[in-house]
Ligand binder design. Sequence first.
Ligand SMILES: *[C@@H]1O[C@H](CO)[C@@H](O)[C@H](O)[C@H]1NC(C)=O
Ligand SMILES: *[C@@H]1O[C@H](CO)[C@@H](O)[C@H](O)[C@H]1NC(C)=O
Ligand SMILES: *[C@@H]1O[C@H](CO)[C@@H](O)[C@H](O)[C@H]1NC(C)=O
Length: 275
Amino acid sequence: MPLVLMCGFPCSGKTRRAEELKTYFRENGQKKVEVVGDEALCVDRNSVYEDSQKEKNVRASLKAEVERKINRDDIVILDSLNYIKGYRYELFCLIKHAQTPHCLVYCLTSDEQSSSWNASREAAQQYNKETFEALVQRFEAPDSRNRWDSPLFTVLSDDTLPFEAISEALLNRKAPPPNQSTQSQPLSSSNFLYELDKMTQDVLTAIFNAQKTSVPGDSISVPGATEKISITRSINMAELRKLRRQFISYTKMHPTENTGQIANMFVQYLNKSLL
Ligand SMILES: *[C@@H]1O[C@H](CO)[C@@H](O)[C@H](O)[C@H]1NC(C)=O
Ligand SMILES: *[C@@H]1O[C@H](CO)[C@@H](O)[C@H](O)[C@H]1NC(C)=O
Ligand SMILES: *[C@@H]1O[C@H](CO)[C@@H](O)[C@H](O)[C@H]1NC(C)=O
């Protein structure tokens, strides 16, 4: 039973992604796909995650549930925060013991985005501010250089899940030998993707706000970039978003070592695209 570990901030889309995966596997001939998670345990998020003992118990129950469901044929998806490095390591030991592959799906969001998704949830599913902030602060992002965090699939909110790659990793891959070294994947470096997501969003916001007071032809300075952007016409948010998506796709294929350059690269890209 291959294991998929979801990971991400509170309200980062883990449950939605888990459902998408389940549907995909079902449609592609996997008879049994089980989702184990906070949802199924009817966890009251706020009271659990603000009490470390309760949280420990929930983690232990989830792990026990995963262990119980382990077998050769079914896929288990653990849909929980899974934000503690040591916990992910324990789960890795468990799957190693069961001789079955696993992978991580990391839903990468900014805290602003997650917080706004929280607001649109029904009341019982919402996190209060204190719990949310404490979780974001404690969050230990996965790192594909750790063998227990690998293979790692990082998805941004607009991404389509890489279904085939995940399926390949789970179903066609042998269980990892105990100390196989994994090759480093710059693309999965969560920090890089996080910066990419955040900085391009900040640039968009700056341009959008500047346009309220500027006239075409003005130079607009944007956070993180040394060069200003000159915009010769007014551009709406939809167009900016589309360019941002294109830039992100391109940059994911050609990641830069230097995250400090992302804003400048994006400015140049916009400058060229908006001529
Ligand atoms: C989540 O939404 C509720 C209701 O709008 C709000 O009281 C709470 O502060 C929100 N939490 C965060 C982290 O934004
Ligand atoms: C795997 O472990 C064995 C025995 O402990 C060791 O000899 C070998 O060098 C290790 N291989 C890697 C890739 O770490
Ligand atoms: C933007 O494009 C113009 C015209 O090609 C160029 O002169 C200018 O240096 C560019 N600015 C940036 C920040 O790339």
